[in-house]
Design a protein. Structure first.
Length: 676
C-alpha cells in the first residue's frame, strides 16, 4: 500500500506536505498492507471500502480511480459516504489482468461551506458566508475551462451582488437557494482543489470466471477401454461426451510426459518394477524426453492438440499437471547436474518425506548456484504448453519449491497471458497455503477431505469465507484424489460418496473428483490405516467399467446441472450456516439476489435423521407473514414452508441431502398466488 501526502519536499523531520488534513485510515480489500494483490473476477463488480476522515468539522471528498496496469488512462468514480467514516464505491474490471486502484481524499472546502450555510439563520452571517463562497468559486473558476469558468464567475457575481443587496428584498431562503444550487455545485466539483490530497494505491488481480466457478474431473490419460492396453489421447477424446454429460468443465490429467525407467516403481508403490510396469507419471523424463515432450504411448503432439480442440467444443478445458521434478534418467540430470542436490558420494539425492521415499524422483535444488537458468527453464515449460493451447495448470506440491520462484514465474506468465489459471496442490500448513495464494495461485486444494463432522465443516468453511483469506484464497475442494482415499470413503457406502459429493459441490464454487474411482465408489485401501488406493492408477494400468449400473454419474450430472442453473452456487462469499437442532444434520445457505439455495445434508450414512431448521428470513428477503416454497432440486419435490422454523428429515439410503431453491410468495392483482 502506498500513501502520499502531497508532493512538496519537507524539511528535516517534517512531512513532505503538512497541510494534507484528510486521513485514509484503511482501504479494503488489502492483503498484507498491499504487499500482495487481492483477487476478483473480471466482469463482476468489486466493492472498495475506505475509512476516511479529517480533523474538526470540515467535509471531505473521496474518489476512487482505477485502471489496468497496462493502461495509464484511469477511470474515476466518487465514493459514497456511509456512517462511521466509511466510504464505498464499485468498479468492474472488464477483462482478466492486474489492476491498480487509488483512493484519494481531501478537505472539500466548498462542501464544508455549503454544509455550514444550510445551518445558518442570521442574515448578517449569511451575507458574510456568501462573500466567502464567492471567493471559493472564483478561485475554482481559474482552474476551469473557458465555458465552465464563465458560468462559475457569473454565479460568484450573483452571490456577491446578493450579499451586498441591503434593499431588504433578499431573504434567507433566496440567498441559500442561490448558493446551494446543486447543478452549479456539481459543476464546481469537477475542478476541486486537490493540492493537499491524501492517496492510497493498491492492486488486485481480476481472473476469468473459471477461476471462481469450475467443476474438475481428474482422469489418468492412460486409462483404456480394454483391459491390458495403454490408453491414448484418442481414448480420452472418446470420453469427453461422458464428462460433458456429467457437467464437468475442467478435465485434469496427471503428467503426460515420458516416464523414467531408472528406479521405476511397480504396482502398489513396490520398489521393484516388473516387465510391463508403467511407472508413476510423476517420475518425469527418460531417454524419450522430458517436460516438453509427450509419452509416446499416449500419442503425438497433434493428438494432444486435437484433444484440446475437441474438449473446447464441448465446453471443457484441459488442465495439465506441472510437476517440477525429474526421474533419474531425465535429460536435465545429464545436461544440468548442478540443478540437483547431491549426496556426499556424488549421487543425486532423491525425494523424501519420511517415512515416504520417492526413489524414482529427483527434486530440483532451488539453492543451486545456477538458479537463474533453472528458473528460466521451468518458466519455459509453462510457456511451451501455453503456446500449445493449455490455459489451466494443476501444480504438484508447489510448497516444496521456492516461494520467490512462484511469485516471479506466475507474475511473468500472467502478464502476457492473464487468462491462465494455476491450482495449488498443497496439503500443508495453513500459512503456507495462504502464502501460495498470495503469490499468484488462483485456486488451492483444501482440508475438506479431512473435515467430516458438522463442527469441523462449519468452522472450516466459516474461516474460508469470512477470514482475511477471502480476498485472495479460492478453495477448490476434493473428496478424493489419487493420493487420498479418506477413511470415510473406505466404507464403500453409497450414502457416504453421495453426501461428500453434495457437500463439496455446494459448499464451494470450485470442486473436483478423481474419477472414475469416485463415481464407481472405489473404496479399497492398500492396507489397513492407509489412505492410498489398492492397485492405484499411479503405478499401474487400470480398466474401469464406466457403464456400471450402480455408478453415481446420474447424481453427479444432476448436481452439476443444479450448480450451473443457480448463480448462488457459483461463488463462495454468501455462504452462511443455519441453526438446526441435530448434530448429524448440517444446513447452509448461499444467495445471489433472488436466487437462494438452502442445502441440508445428513452426515450419518446409516440412519434417518430429522430436525428443526431455523432460517434468517430477513436476510433471505422472505416474509414471516406469507408461505414460501422450498423446491428440492435433487428430487423435484416442492414444500410450502411458513415462518423461520421448519422440519426436515433425510433417509441416507434414499438420498442423504436436500438442495432447496427457496422462492418467496408473491400475490398478484389477479387474486392468485405464485412463488418467485
Amino acid at each position: 500500500m502506498v500513501e502520499t501526502l502531497g508532493t512538496q519536499p519537507g524539511g528535516a523531520g517534517l512531512p513532505a506536505e503538512g497541510r494534507c488534513r484528510a486521513v485514509i485510515d484503511a482501504v479494503l480489500p488489502c492483503v498484507d498492507g498491499g504487499r500482495f494483490p487481492a483477487k476478483c473476477t473480471a466482469g463482476e463488480p468489486v466493492r472498495i471500502e475506505a475509512h476516511c476522515f479529517a480533523d474538526g468539522h470540515d467535509r471531505i471528498a473521496v474518489v476512487l480511480r482505477w485502471h489496468n496496469v497496462t493502461d495509464d488512462n484511469a477511470n474515476e468514480v466518487p465514493m459514497a459516504g456511509l456512517p462511521n467514516d466509511v466510504w464505498v464505491a464499485e468498479f468492474t474490471p472488464p477483462v482478466p489482468g492486474r489492476y491498480r486502484y487509488t483512493v484519494t481524499t481531501w478537505v472539500d472546502h466548498f462542501e464544508s461551506w455549503r454544509h455550514e450555510l444550510q445551518r445558518r439563520t442570521d442574515l448578517t452571517d449569511i451575507r458574510i458566508a456568501l462573500q466567502v463562497g464567492a471567493a471559493l468559486i472564483e478561485t475554482t473558476a481559474e482552474r476551469a475551462g473557458a465555458e465552465d469558468a464563465a458560468i462559475l464567475c457569473a454565479w460568484a457575481g450573483q452571490l456577491r451582488a446578493m450579499a451586498d443587496d441591503h434593499s431588504g428584498l433578499a431573504d434567507v431562503a433566496a440567498m441559500q437557494g442561490l448558493a446551494l444550487d446543486p447543478a452549479k455545485a456539481q459543476l464546481l466539483g469537477r475542478y476541486a482543489e486537490r493540492a493537499f490530497a491524501t492517496s492510497t494505491t493498491l492492486e488486485l488481480t481480476a481472473d476469468r470466471r473459471r477461476a471462481q466457478f469450475s467443476a474438475w474431473y481428474e482422469l489418468f490419460p492412460r486409462v483404456a477401454p480394454e483391459a491390458g492396453r495403454h490408453g491414448t489421447f484418442r481414448d480420452v477424446q472418446a470420453r469427453l461426451s461422458y464428462l460433458a454429460c456429467m457437467g464437468f468443465d475442467v478435465l485434469y490429467m496427471p503428467p503426460i510426459h515420458p516416464i523414467g525407467r531408472i528406479n521405476r516403481k511397480g504396482a502398489n508403490n513396490s520398489l521393484r518394477a516388473h516387465p510391463g510396469d508403467v511407472g508413476s507419471p510423476w517420475a518425469i523424463g527418460s531417454d524419450q524426453g522430458g517436460h516438453k515432450d509427450i509419452h509416446p504411448d499416449l500419442g503425438t503432439l497433434e493428438d494432444f492438440k486435437a484433444l484440446l480442440r475437441a474438449a473446447r467444443e464441448r465446453g471443457i478445458e484441459i488442465a495439465l499437471d506441472l510437476a517440477f521434478q525429474c526421474a533419474p534418467d531425465h535429460p536435465y540430470v545429464r545436461s544440468h547436474p548442478q540443478w540437483f542436490r547431491h549426496r556426499p558420494d556424488g549421487s543425486v539425492q532423491y525425494a523424501e518425506n519420511p517415512p515416504k521415499k520417492y526413489q524414482d524422483i529427483y527434486p530440483f535444488d532451488f539453492e543451486s548456484t545456477d538458479w537463474r537458468a533453472l528458473w528460466q527453464e521451468l518458466k519455459g515449460i509453462m510457456d511451451y504448453w501455453i503456446a500449445q493451447g493449455v490455459r489451466i495448470f494443476r501444480v504438484d506440491n508447489p510448497h516444496t519449491k521456492a516461494f520467490p520462484f512462484w511469485e516471479w514465474s506466475i507474475g511473468e506468465v500472467t502478464r502476457s497471458n492473464p487468462d491462465v489459471i494455476f491450482l495449488a496442490e498443497a496439503f500443508t500448513r495453513p500459512t503456507v497455503m495462504r502464502r501460495l495464494a498470495k503469490l499468484g495461485f488462483n485456486q488451492s486444494y483444501t482440508y475438506f477431505t479431512w473435515r467430516t463432522t458438522k463442527g469441523e465443516l462449519t468452522a472450516y468453511f466459516t474461516e474460508l469465507n469470512t477470514g482475511p483469506g477471502r480476498d485472495y484464497f479460492r478453495p477448490n475442494v476434493w473428496p478424493n484424489t489419487p493420493d487420498i482415499l479418506h477413511e470415510s470413503l473406505q466404507s464403500g457406502l453409497r450414502s457416504v460418496f453421495a453426501g461428500r459429493l453434495i457437500l463439496a459441490a455446494t459448499l464451494s464454487a470450485n470442486y473436483g473428483i478423481y474419477g472414475p474411482a469416485y463415481e464407481l465408489m472405489e473404496s479399497a485401501p492398500r492396507e489397513e490405516g492407509s489412505e492410498e488406493y489398492r492397485d492405484s492408477e499411479k503405478y499401474q494400468l487400470r480398466h474401469w467399467n464406466f457403464d456400471r449400473p450402480d455408478s453415481l454419474w446420474p447424481l453427479i450430472a444432476r448436481i452439476n446441472r443444479i450448480r450451473r442453473d443457480n448463480p448462488a452456487l457459483q461463488a463462495d462469499r454468501s455462504l452462511s450456516f443455519c441453526s438446526i437442532d441435530n448434530e448429524q444434520l448440517i444446513a447452509y445457505v448461499k444467495q445471489d439476489g433472488d436466487n437462494v439455495i438452502l442445502t441440508v445434508v445428513n452426515l450419518d450414512p446409516h440412519h434417518t435423521q430429522s430436525g428443526w431448521l431455523l432460517l434468517d428470513l430477513s436476510r433471505l428477503q422472505l416474509s414471516a407473514e406469507h408461505p414460501f416454497q422450498a423446491h428440492d432440486l435433487l428430487t423435484d419435490q416442492r414444500y410450502n414452508w411458513h415462518g423461520a422454523r421448519n422440519f426436515v428429515m433425510l433417509d441416507p439410503q434414499r438420498i442423504p441431502a436436500h438442495i432447496f431453491r427457496l422462492r418467496r410468495h408473491v400475490r398478484r392483482e389477479q387474486d392468485f398466488d405464485y412463488f418467485q
